[in-house]
Design a protein around this ligand. Structure first.
Ligand code: MRU
Length: 372
């Protein structure tokens, strides 16, 4: 079922703008913002107006186009200087989701292919087409994740999810929620438990909103209730998204995901991670090397404006944690299920299914979008 809103869209041609649904206003208000330059995109990513690993990647690709618009009338050297400056700005906006650098790297690669072949306006046009291709491919990718994952579900299951890995986190369907949407559309009766996801409540504000809008039977719980609903026998699978998956399958996702995986293990409930190939970072051997974003303590002491902790208290606010591969029953990807979750199996599935030409290759080059 298509939604009446879009997470993000490009409006206009080469001189166009990026329009984002401002997710900080949800669920109270459906408000769009227009990003006319790269600094607006960087601010939107940092402030979580656009968030979720695939959506950040798509926004960054369009952001690169915005950053190059003023240089399109200048020479090739000026365009490539602007490319590097813009790439660095976008790359530094959030550190954990590798999709952001995956998209920037793909855009940079396309630009370098065309250097000396086209004039700056032609390169810019090709980069806009590349950003639109990243956006379009994400739609197909999410559908494929949904198909592969839905095969794991059965009628009557209770599914627990954390944070938001839905349409708001991607082009239109999501990753973890794509699995649920696909099964729901096929007629399976599922019951979803959405963790509210402290401190920024992506589960309550975004996931519960999306699921209810699409008619999926949903119960919102506080994060601390997960163990209890598992013990009551109401959860038959846990499915979350991921921001970066290392070569051995260790997966970074929203803080609290690791705790859920431990709980699922204790209750013998399968724990799945759904993610596109662009979320794999094969340059990292294991999850210990994944950079974890640290966010403003005020997200905890002044959640949504109101003071909820004493002045002067120390605060720790990592935005993500890493779930070890041994706790993940399967990775649900657009290229199929990966189980067992081991380095050889991951490499085999990603390589066997990679399209010829390598346009959609796994991230594999870490944080550097510059070199080739
Ligand atoms: O801080 P956020 O809201 O960007 O965190 C998002 C998540 O942790 C998602 O689960 C992840 O990016 C996967 S989105 C398909």
């Amino acid at each position: 079922m298509p939604s009446s809103w879009e997470t993000l869209r490009w409006v206009g041609g080469l001189a166009g703008q990026l329009v984002l649904l401002d997710q900080t206003c949800l669920p109270g208000e459906l408000r769009e913002i227009t990003c006319r330059d790269v600094s607006a995109v960087v601010e939107a990513i940092r402030a979580l107006r656009v968030r979720g690993a695939p959506a950040i990647g798509i926004a960054a690709a369009y952001g690169l186009v915005l950053g190059l618009q003023p240089a399109a009338a200048a020479g090739t050297d000026a365009l490539f200087a602007a490319l590097e400056e813009t790439r660095q700005l976008l790359s530094a906006s959030r550190p954990t989701a590798v999709n952001l650098n995956w998209a920037l790297e793909r855009m940079g690669h396309r630009a370098r292919q065309l250097r000396g072949v086209l004039e700056p306006p032609g390169i810019l046009a090709a980069l806009l087409a590349e950003a639109q291709a990243i956006h379009d491919e994400d739609r197909a990718t999410c559908r494929a994740i949904g198909r592969h994952g839905a095969a794991l579900l059965r009628d009557g299951m209770g599914i627990l999810t954390h944070c938001n890995a839905g349409a708001l986190a991607a082009s239109e369907y999501g990753t973890a929620l794509a699995v649920i949407y696909t099964a729901h559309e096929a007629g399976l009766r599922l019951h979803v438990f959405a963790d509210e996801t402290r401190p920024l409540l992506q589960g309550a504000r975004l996931t519960a909103w999306e699921l209810v809008e699409r008619g999926v039977d949903t119960t919102l719980i506080c994060d601390s209730m997960a163990a209890q609903v598992m013990r009551e026998g109401r959860v038959q699978a846990v499915i979350t998204g991921a921001d970066r998956i290392a070569a051995n399958g260790d997966a970074a996702n929203k803080i609290g995901t690791y705790a859920l995986a431990v709980l699922a293990d204790a209750h013998q409930i399968p724990f799945y991670i759904a993610a596109p190939h662009s979320t794999f970072d094969l340059t990292l051997d294991c999850g210990a090397a994944i950079p974890i974003e640290q966010r403003d303590p005020r997200e905890i002491t002044h959640g949504f404006g109101r003071m909820t902790a004493p002045a002067g208290v120390q605060v720790y606010n990592p935005a993500f944690d890493v779930t070890p591969a041994r706790l993940i029953r399967a990775l649900i990807t657009d290229r199929g299920l990966i189980a067992p979750v081991t380095a050889p199996r991951i490499a085999a599935v990603l390589q066997e299914t990679a399209p010829a030409g390598g346009a959609q290759r796994p991230a594999g080059t870490g944080n550097s979008a510059a070199g080739e």
